[in-house]
Every structure is written in structure tokens, then in C-alpha cells.
Write a protein that binds this ligand. Structure first.
Ligand SMILES: Nc1ncnc2c1ncn2[C@@H]1O[C@H](COP(=O)(O)OP(=O)(O)OP(=O)(O)O)[C@@H](O)[C@H]1O
Ligand SMILES: [Mg+2]
Length: 160
């Protein structure tokens, strides 16, 4: 496990840039941590780097699922951005059908085109037990937390 201390937004943006280099074509990014710790901010930095227009980015807190397209990471990447904050239980997750995303990572290619790749980013990933996560995906887990050092609020990222 890797640890990273974040003192400000610039640190977080730099972390996002470094993280991007580690992302693969069939990538699951699980982000957990308390309210306001910076999960959505981290996703926004990642999406900026992936050239997703700013006006398309919004917090999925109220809609559970957002989809973006990017040609930055691989030829054609579909980015799924999920926020499970409002999820009540596992049954509710099953009823959303979102686990469908895990079954078919790349959609059937249109004739003559290369297949699309998927990046799934999940905020509040701790809301679902680990057996839900697909085994055959590249998985990066980021656990964000706060701590206080003589009155200074610092964020800690644990990366697995
Ligand atoms: N490293 C940081 N330094 C300073 N401010 C930060 C940092 N990270 C995030 N923030 C700010 O904290 C606020 C909350 O961040 P954000 O919305 O990303 O949290 P969140 O973890 O997604 O919270 P929630 O679970 O409620 O959605 C934002 O205004 C954001 O810009
Ligand atoms: Mg958020």
C-alpha cells in the first residue's frame, strides 16, 4: 500500500496526473472516504486531464451515474462516474442494473472501428462489499481521510 499526504488542491491535482499514468484500458477506480474529503474533486482533476469539457462534469451525487467520452486515455474510452452515497443496500444496487457495467467491459465494436475501452470511477465505493467488484478488471483503490496536524487539515490518501 502506498500513502500520500495532500496539503492543498495543487497536491491533489498532481496526484491525479500521476494516477492517470497508471490507468489501464479496463480500469476500475474505487474511491472511498468521508463527506467533503475531496473524492469528487479528485475525479474532476482526472476528467480535466482526460479532456472532458468542464461543463459536462457535475457531481453524480444526485444521479448515481454519469457517462463521459474521452479519446485521451486510449483510442476511445467511455468513462462511467458513479457515486454510491445514496445507496441504501446491496439489493438496491442490484436493482439499478449498474453491475451490468462490470460484465461487458468493452462494447461490441462497430464494424471497422476499434472497441471502446472502459474506465469506471466509483465514489463511496465502501458502500458495497468487495465481492461485488469484478475480479478481471484492473483495480485501484483509493482511501481518502482527514487528519489534523497542529490545526492544519491534511488529507491522507492510501492507494492499494
Ligand atoms: N486537497 C484539498 N485541499 C483543499 N480543498 C479541497 C481539497 N480537496 C477537496 N477540497 C475541497 O473540498 C470540498 C469538498 O470536496 P469534494 O466535493 O470533492 O468532496 P467529496 O469527498 O466528493 O464529498 P461528498 O462525499 O460529500 O461528495 C470542495 O470544495 C473541494 O474543492
Ligand atoms: Mg462527492
Amino acid at each position: 500500500m502506498e500513502e500520500r499526504l495532500i496539503y492543498n488542491l495543487v497536491d491533489l491535482e498532481q496526484f491525479a496526473k500521476a494516477l492517470l499514468a497508471k490507468l489501464n484500458s479496463k480500469q476500475l477506480l474505487l474511491i472511498s472516504g468521508p463527506l467533503g474529503v475531496g473524492k469528487t474533486q479528485l475525479v474532476q482533476f482526472l476528467l480535466n486531464e482526460l479532456n472532458v469539457p468542464k461543463n459536462q462534469i457535475s457531481s453524480p451525487t444526485f444521479s448515481l451515474h454519469h457517462t463521459y467520452d474521452s479519446k485521451q486515455l486510449h483510442k476511445d474510452t467511455t468513462i462511467h462516474h458513479l457515486d454510491l452515497y445514496r445507496l441504501l443496500n446491496e439489493e438496491e444496487f442490484e436493482s439499478t442494473g449498474l453491475w451490468d457495467l462490470f460484465l461487458e467491459p468493452t462494447s461490441t465494436p462497430v464494424k471497422g472501428e476499434s472497441p471502446r475501452e472502459s474506465l469506471i470511477i466509483i465514489e463511496w465505493a465502501e458502500k458495497l462489499p468487495t465481492h461485488f467488484w469484478p475480479k478481471n478488471w484492473n483495480q485501484i483503490k483509493i482511501i481518502m481521510s482527514f487528519f489534523n496536524d497542529s490545526g492544519t487539515e491534511i488529507r491522507k490518501l492510501q492507494i492499494e
